[in-house]
Write a protein that binds this ligand. Structure first.
Ligand code: NAP
Length: 337
């Protein structure tokens, strides 16, 4: 459960700048020795940097989830060139396209069929879009890629994670979920009969920024739901979220040139490199059971608190999680197997 007693309100530029000036610590050497690690979003950005780092920390097997086999094979070639000590047979490429639930299911099925034990899952794929596009499954793309697809992947991989002692499932999320304020959720809370997912994904309220922040809040609700349903970390796996901090990546690639120019200039002053941000993803996987249900960011837990109250959080989390589970059941009938 996130902590509500920290600084809150809109995440400030000063906070982001502090993050840029103080990059996270590095993971210890050989910390993935003997482990099998699956990573999505590993063809570029923070996910690629995390995959590269883990490759150098002696994993038994690295499963690279990329949108296409070509992109995954490209990442594999690149990683093997930079980590020549890793045998090419230790890297498996499995395509996964988050805008398609069947593709997400297929990824999970392939991993389960080909991997007897799964120690770490790092779900790093995510995006920000300037316009409200929808997927073939009928959801806004920002919403499906940042919330529903990682949720489906998590429930589909849980049985294998449960069967692997000491396993970890980590969502790459963003502390920007704290930018969602009480006023943003007031109409939903005022109407208990209103569908939460329809509210958050609806066309009427859609702005690029709101869609991104709210998707990240909903992913925190998914984290809470999984932790509650799955029980204590000792029952396995440890489930956590992390935030890499503001990083210089291509996250705004779909935005108009003026926005990309602005973000590049902003990031040049404020942000970390993708490699620095990726350290948080990697060290999050090594926190052990204390991390269960928490947000790992800047080498701390929850260094920024939600923009909604604890009561609002509780009221919304239950509604969102039960609706998310109803969606997931359409694609994975029994969520416990
Ligand atoms: N950059 C930041 O400042 C920042 C801050 C906080 C949190 N984050 C989070 O960190 C994560 C990684 O972002 P990033 O900054 O590294 O951005 P990025 O460079 O754009 O990388 C995003 C990754 O997600 C993959 N991806 C995008 N859409 C996908 C889809 N439909 N199906 C499967 N994979 C998809 C991309 O694959 P392709 O390259 O093949 O499209 C790419 O590997 C995101 O969840 C983001 O919200 C970023």
């Amino acid at each position: 459960m996130v902590q509500f007693n920290g600084p809150h309100g809109k995440v400030t530029v000063a906070y982001l700048r502090q993050g840029g000036l103080n990059p996270p610590g590095e993971p210890p050497s050989e910390s993935f020795a003997g482990k099998t690690v699956a990573i999505t979003g590993c063809a570029s950005g923070i996910g690629y940097q995390a995959a590269l780092r883990i490759a150098a920390l002696k994993p038994k097997k690295l499963i690279l989830g990329a949108r296409t086999t070509e992109k995954g094979e490209g990442a594999k070639r690149d990683i093997l060139a930079k980590v020549p000590s890793l045998d090419s047979s230790a890297i498996q490429v499995v395509p996964v396209e988050y805008t398609s639930f069947p593709s997400v299911r297929q990824f999970a099925e392939t991993v389960k069929r080909t991997t007897p034990a799964l120690d770490c899952v790092l779900l790093s794929a995510g995006l920000a879009l300037p316009t409200r596009e929808t997927t073939a499954d009928g959801w806004p793309t920002t919403f499906q890629v940042n919330v529903l697809a990682p949720a489906l992947l998590a429930v589909a991989l849980l049985p294998l994670l449960r069967a692997t002692p000491g396993s970890v499932l980590e969502f790459v999320n963003s502390i920007s979920y704290c930018n969602v304020a009480s006023a943003d959720v007031a109409p939903l809370l005022a109407d208990p009969a209103r569908g939460a997912l329809a509210y958050f994904s609806g066309r009427e309220r859609w702005t690029a920024q709101r869609a991104y922040y709210e998707a990240k809040l909903l992913l925190m609700f998914v984290l809470d739901g999984l932790v509650e349903d799955n029980g204590p970390a000792a029952a396995g796996p440890t489930i956590l979220a992390c935030c890499p901090g503001q990083c210089k990546t291509n996250l705004y690639r779909e935005f108009p040139a003026a926005v990309r120019w602005f973000m590049a200039a902003f990031n040049a002053v404020i942000a970390r490199t993708a490699e620095q941000g990726s350290r948080t993803l990697v060290t999050g996987l090594l926190r052990g059971q204390e991390a269960h249900g928490r947000m790992w960011v800047n080498d701390h837990y929850d260094d920024w608190s939600p923009g909604i109250s604890e009561d609002e959080w509780k009221a919304l989390q239950g509604r969102v999680w039960s609706e998310v589970k109803a969606v997931l059941r359409q694609y994975k009938g029994d969520l416990n197997t």
